[in-house]
Ligand binder design. Structure first.
Ligand code: SAM
Length: 258
């Protein structure tokens, strides 16, 4: 069967890496495991040894057939584009309290998937995801770094993310052009942030980073005036990439008082 690069198909072939990823998921027998993009089942084979319930979401019908032949009734397959799957509803049907997500995510839609996964944060215990190394770096970037931005803030507000290890292209077939990182997203750890209104926060953050080279006063012109920035204790001349999540939250709280 030919691999479909348009679907981001790069299959893990390195046994030690496969074991490390599954180990990092710390699965208990009674956990529900949701796997996004199982491919030919490199991770799936080990996942079903760890849990008595694994649900895999795969868009490629040929691969769904292959998985079904390989794993039979031990694997529940959702043959669909994960972006069309209501993840909390899927988990609800399974009636399990603890859910672990595992995914070697297709790189062409990683940004959308990270938002979708973290949107559903209340259903997960943890997620172990493999992403392009640069995406992983952006997810955990602190303020003040050039790669800190919307993805960093969405991730860090919604979970505690940690980079575990990197995977070179040679650990996949066909090898991708990029290096990958495996991250664990902990959804049970207490968030470091107390966000009053997430929609408002992400609206302000998106507006600010649309013009990340500008001073925040100019990047947010029309949305925020000098008074708000003073109330929030933010220097209007600062660049968005230097403003902490707490700083953006103070701007939002000052806006809410208007
Ligand atoms: N987990 C496998 C492995 O590690 O060998 C495959 C990983 S491969 C990087 C990504 C997988 O996601 C492929 O099997 C691909 O067909 C699947 N995929 C791509 N887009 C998808 C989508 N929108 N919804 C569900 N699965 C998708």
């Amino acid at each position: 069967m030919k691999t479909k690069t348009r679907l981001g198909q790069h299959f893990l072939t390195d046994g030690a890496s496969i074991e490390r990823i599954v180990e990092a998921a710390q699965i208990d027998k009674e956990d529900l495991v949701v796997e996004i993009g199982p491919g030919r089942g490199a991770l799936t084979g080990l996942l079903i040894e760890q849990s008595d319930r694994v649900v895999a979401i795969e868009v490629d019908r040929d691969l769904c057939d292959l998985l079904s032949n390989r794993f039979g009734s031990r694997l529940k397959i959702v043959s669909d584009d994960v972006r069309r799957v209501n993840l909390p509803a899927l988990v609800g049907i399974e009636k399990r309290e603890k859910v672990v997500l595992v995914g070697n995510l297709p790189y062409h839609i990683t940004g959308a998937l990270i938002r979708q996964i973290t949107d559903a944060r209340r259903v997960w215990k943890r997620a172990v995801i493999t992403v392009q190394r640069e995406v992983g770096q952006r997810m955990i970037a602190p303020p003040g770094s050039k790669i800190y931005g919307v993805l960093s803030i969405v991730t860090q507000v919604r979970c505690v993310a940690k980079r575990l290890f990197d995977l070179p292209p040679a650990h996949f077939y066909p090898p991708p052009k990029v290096h990958s990182s495996v991250l664990v997203l902990d959804f049970e750890a207490n968030s470091a942030y107390d966000i009053a209104d997430e929609r408002r926060l992400f609206g302000v953050v998106r507006a600010a980073f649309q013009q990340r080279r500008k001073m925040v006063r100019n990047a947010l012109a029309g949305l925020v005036d000098d008074e708000i920035l003073i109330e929030a204790n933010i220097d209007g001349r600062a660049r968005p990439e230097t403003i902490s999540i707490d700083g953006f939250e103070r701007i939002c709280r000052a806006l809410a008082m208007r």
